[in-house]
Ligand binder design. Structure first.
Ligand code: B12
Ligand code: SF4
Length: 564
């Protein structure tokens, strides 16, 4: 699913722990526990190298990351580059390392370099090698040949400069079917608490059964041989969860599977029942919560209610992306509007907290499609939503289509396009300016709104019923609706402005955009303050309610609560 930025509170940046004596250091965004860099660090350990990770969440952290690497001088630095919009920051970091005299091996991997391996090696001499697709086996093989470049051609899915300086790429191997045998991510640091509950991330599958045109996961898994969708067994997932539960006190398990749900609802139910039984057998008997992502076609109220009851399903990111039938088709969602509506109403009726994102702006969106999108947002105005444009990430079907049609601007680092319907393009420009802070900034109101609902849900999930909690629930629900409705009103104003044809007058358009931005920001600032107050209130409530819990809380939970 495409998700909206959710930056976990309290995550430390820069150096996570001393790295001064390590052989291999993996650098990646640590908004939450980064499974990519932690998995690569685990592979290195399995190969006999000491390894660790460094968080790199913004380019402001460059000095501290540089200093740590220069002090440790590891034999290998690995950069985990999932996000195209941060590719330049990572490549600049690699450049800075070289400029400061780091002469070890720099390997990069993840979604961005997988789609642009040759460009990266051709244009960035600071990078030695790119590993495309799943990194486990290629990295292990590279580590064994680090000082023998003549043997790099033996490593699958590797792009590098050969002895004559030419760029070479070896073909990828079929990915391993058996995910259970892969090394689990390293987890040396304590878990971050969310409302007093230790939070952790994990994956129970890789790939997706969807084929959405804008999705970098889809192109990533179709670009190499082997199955597009693979699963771990419930037994293996249960073992990992149980060890996180007992050893690290984990109580919130956030699954980063692209779609945690199977397309077949009966099979999904059976898979989760088996997971629940195995967890029980492994002593995971206290309260815990599951967070996951799903396509709308995988959901119905009965299934959600069952999973909430049986396995603690608490929060779902639903891949809605568009309410308009045309939009769903343009994005190749293979989901119909009825399924979208059913998935959202299922959350409401089953008590699972849902939120979603809309890609209302896409290359072939027409102004008329906005009617269905506005109506959908209105219909589900109690469910937090964010909206933006479908970006053309390298390697995706959307990128290829725009390129073929001669509509793509930019290069491998960043691209841009105009929406074919010029009314819609103008609407996008207005909305982008007016909603920049509300939808896209790191502390954007739209994202805070999602976090607010999440925090309330955590309290409802982990605490016993309480009159103050019921009051906070009503207040929070009203707040979430108020924010959604405010965004919807301002978005509707922009649609009406364009519909009336005023956008053809450049001066009028500029004035309208400034006015709308002022409204969005002034009203947003007010709502922002109210959200922060409410979040503080929920925090206080969690302190009171959790410390009143009679028993069953582990000492790590108590400690986490104090920390949060
Ligand atoms: C978790 C996640 C997040 C988390 C971030 C967690 C963190 N790192 O702190 C959150 C929720 C914050 C997030 C936010 C966003 N995300 Co996100 N996210 C993911 C997700 C679902 C899982 C990543 C993961 O853990 N995978 C599990 C690991 C094990 O798999 P992996 O990353 O593929 O790693 C393997 C290989 O790639 C390779 N590898 C990876 N790194 C390295 C490094 C080296 C050295 C080597 C050798 C190999 C290697 O080996 C690994 C093991 O096989 C991915 C989708 C996905 N399935 O990967 C999207 C994804 C990365 N996100 C994406 C996007 C677009 C976003 C947002 C922009 C969404 C938005 N509009 O707000 C934001 C941006 C956030 C920001 N501020 O920058 C896109 C990126 C597309 C692109 N090319 O840019 C992805 C691919 C989803 C998609 N639908 O296309 N995201
Ligand atoms: S292919 Fe579609 S459904 Fe699957 S992960 Fe990508 S966006 Fe989500």
């Amino acid at each position: 699913m495409s998700t909206t930025a959710q930056i976990a509170p309290g995550r430390r940046c820069g150096t996570l722990w001393p790295v001064s004596t390590l052989d291999a250091i993996f650098i990646g965004a640590e908004y939450e526990e980064n499974l990519s860099s932690r998995t690569m660090a685990s592979v290195a350990r399995h190969e006999g190298f000491s390894s660790g990770i460094l968080g790199f969440n913004t380019d402001r952290e460059t000095p501290i990351v540089l200093a740590s690497i220069l002090e440790a001088r590891p034999a290998l630095v690995g950069l985990s580059m999932a996000f195209q919009h941060r590719a330049l920051e990572f490549l600049r970091l690699a450049d800075a390392l070289r400029n400061e005299g780091y002469d070890g091996h720099i390997v990069v991997g993840g979604h961005f370099p997988t789609a642009t391996a040759s460009e990266v090696i051709r244009r960035h001499s600071c990078v030695d090698t790119v590993i495309s697709f799943d990194g486990e086996r290629p990295l292990a093989m590279l580590l064994a040949r680090l000082d023998a470049p003549a043997r790099w051609a033996e490593v699958p899915a590797l792009t590098f400069r050969d002895a004559s300086g030419d760029v070479r790429s070896t073909p990828p191997e079929p990915v391993p079917r058996d995910l259970d045998s892969l090394p689990l991510p390293i987890r040396d640091d304590p878990l971050t608490p969310h409302m007093g509950q230790p939070f952790t991330t994990l994956c129970g599958s890789r790939g997706c059964y969807g084929n959405c045109s804008f999705c970098a996961i889809n192109s990533y898994h179709r670009g190499r041989p082997g199955p597009r969708l693979r699963f771990r067994t419930p037994e293996s997932i249960a073992r990992e969860m149980a060890s996180l539960y007992h050893e690290k006190g984990a109580r919130i398990f956030c699954f980063h599977d692209d779609t945690f749900f199977l397309p077949n609802k009966g099979r999904m139910r059976a898979r989760m029942d088996e997971l629940a039984d195995r967890l029980d057998a492994l002593g995971v008997t206290g309260r815990f919560a599951l967070v996951a992502k799903a396509r709308p076609d995988a959901l119905d109220p009965g299934l959600l209610a069952h999973l909430r009851e049986r396995i603690g399903l608490m929060r779902l990111y639903i891949g809605v992306e568009n309410f308009s039938r045309a939009g769903l088709e343009h994005l190749n969602r293979r989901v119909d509007r009825e399924q979208v509506d059913l998935s959202l109403s299922s959350c409401a009726t089953s008590g699972v907290y849902g939120c979603y994102n809309l890609l209302i702006f896409e290359p072939d969106a027409r102004l008329e499609d906005m009617d269905e999108n506005l109506a959908g947002m209105r219909k589900f105005s109690s469910i937090p939503v964010n909206f933006c444009r479908a970006e053309a990430y390298n390697g995706t079907a959307l990128h290829t289509m725009l390129q073929k049609q001669g509509r793509l601007r930019g290069n491998y680092l960043a691209s841009d396009y105009d929406i074919a319907d010029s009314r819609m393009e103008m609407l996008f420009r207005i909305v982008y300016q007016a909603f920049k802070d509300r939808n896209f900034a790191s502390d954007a109101l739209a994202n805070l709104n999602m976090s607010l609902g999440y925090e309330l849900q955590l309290l409802l999930h982990f605490c016993e019923p309480d009159p103050d909690l019921s009051e906070a629930e009503a207040e929070t629900n009203a707040m979430m609706k108020r924010i959604n409705e405010n965004s919807l009103e301002r978005l509707t104003e922009a649609v009406e402005f364009v519909r009336k044809g005023h956008w053809k007058d450049p001066r009028g358009c500029m004035d309208f955009t400034v006015e709308l931005a002022q409204k969005v920001n002034f009203q947003g600032a007010e709502l922002h303050t109210q959200v922060l107050d409410l979040r503080r209130h929920l925090q206080d409530l969690s302190m009171r309610l959790l410390s009143a819990e009679p028993s069953g809380e582990t000492s790590s939970q108590q400690a986490a609560m104090k920390e949060s």
